[in-house]
Write a protein that binds this ligand. Structure first.
Ligand code: GRF
Length: 218
């Protein structure tokens, strides 16, 4: 089995990165995480990656005159590491169309909503304000428009009476930690492929790969 060389890009705490590292620690996982990169030197996730024995480094975006300069450095580092797949996991820099196209169909992102609903920030507060009864998360192939691209997998969770953004966000985050490794495995193995700007699944994929997560009942 080919284990595709994968980098995880973070900006902060890195809990999704850790769930990917944990899954990819198995020899039979179709991706191998070979590096964790952050645009912020103070990202707590960098130290967490290092404790797992994964090379973790910062490319501080503030050290570059413009977005293009930062992205050229990031691209060069990814290529020097012979990276095949990139996973954005709480990476908070917008990427230009040029960078996104350079990594077309080789870059995934996780977003804490059921896209295409609620792209952007403050998803949980916006979901609550909209009165939706289900929330969730999406792993998608990255396209130039923010939080868009072919959807690899989604998981949903209920919105429960009394939820605030923090409570809903915690429930969604638990789903993210289950979903991202599954989605990466599907994509890295070739079981999920981009076809006509949606995802086609191999015949042997049992679907839904990630069913509705059970509500937390008292
Ligand atoms: C997650 O909710 C992710 O979906 C969003 O940013 C958050 C990152 O959390 N893009 P963490 O750094 O993975 O803990």
């Amino acid at each position: 089995m080919i284990r595709r060389r994968t980098a995880v890009l973070i900006s902060g705490r890195g809990s999704n990165m850790l769930s990917l590292l944990e899954a990819a620690a198995r020899d039979d996982f179709p991706a191998r995480i070979v590096a964790v990169l952050s645009n912020r030197p103070d990202a707590p996730g960098l130290a967490r990656a290092a404790t797992q024995g994964i090379p973790a480094e910062a490319i501080d975006h503030r050290g570059f005159a413009d977005r293009d300069g930062f992205e050229r450095a990031l691209d060069a580092r990814l290529r020097a590491l012979d990276i095949d797949l990139v996973c954005l996991a709480g990476f908070m820099r917008l990427l230009t169309a040029r960078f996104v196209e350079a990594w077309r169909d080789r870059m995934l992102n996780i977003h804490p909503s059921l896209l295409p609903a609620f792209p952007g920030l403050d998803t949980h507060a916006r979901a609550l304000a909209a009165g939706v009864r289900f929330a969730g998360c999406t792993v998608h192939v990255v396209r130039a428009e923010m939080d868009s691209g072919p959807i690899v997998a989604q998981a949903c969770v209920p919105v429960l009476p009394g939820d605030d953004a923090a409570a809903l966000g915690a429930r969604v985050l638990a789903a993210e930690h289950l979903l991202y490794p599954q989605a990466l495995a599907l994509f890295a193995s070739g079981a999920a492929r981009v076809t006509d700007e949606t995802i086609a699944y191999g015949a042997d994929v049992r679907f839904p790969a990630q069913p509705l997560l059970a509500p937390a009942t008292a």
